[in-house]
Design a protein around this ligand. Sequence first.
Ligand code: DC
Length: 221
Amino acid sequence: MGNIRVAIDGPAGAGKSTVSREVARQLGFVYLDSGAMYRAVAFAAIAKGISLTDAAALTTLANDIDITFDQSVPPRVFLGGTDVTSDIRLPEIGTAASIVSQIPGVRVAMVRQQQHLGARDSIVMEGRDIGTVVFPDAEVKIYLTASVGERARRRAGELVATGKFVALDDIEQQISERDYRDMNRDDSPLRVADGAWELNTDGIVIDDVITMIVSRVRTHS
Ligand code: DC
């Protein structure tokens, strides 16, 4: 049997990372967080003083950038060899990533690298456009979602766990704005891919979601 590509898309905070990582671990597949790549581009742009709306400079940056991951759980992210794992998780970098990811040249550069990785190994890749653009012929496609309230509560929980306190209302507003931008951009907007299995995780235990996806992959073809 050839490589199996599992595409997991959905809005911010739907539980994609936890689910994708664990599905990959249980199946022995490579895991790739494509959002971390857009976050790394945004982080590098800010560090270099590049405006988040300078399409030409951001496209050059995205083509030149050296993003690598290691095999830890969760994987560490390196930019030109420097560990940026926690820097790219700041909420303002999430917002900046959502802005730079609107630029077609940035997307082309990231999609090319993602497709290259998917050609090598069986992989679980999470993002916004994996089932629609990166691997439209993925063997298994999942669209993971949850209500804005539920997603904001989960994000708040994650931030509290790292010692940060942010008002729930502010997180809800950030998530709604990010959803709007990700779903309404011209290039590769967040959409349910053709043939995707839609899962709303409101009130569902994450372990059950993982089990459902793993058995769907195992019974595939
Ligand atoms: O998954 P995340 O929240 O870390 O992603 C950060 C931003 O990157 C997200 O708001 C939109 C962008 N993104 C994208 O455009 N395409 C992807 N495949 C993954 C992320």
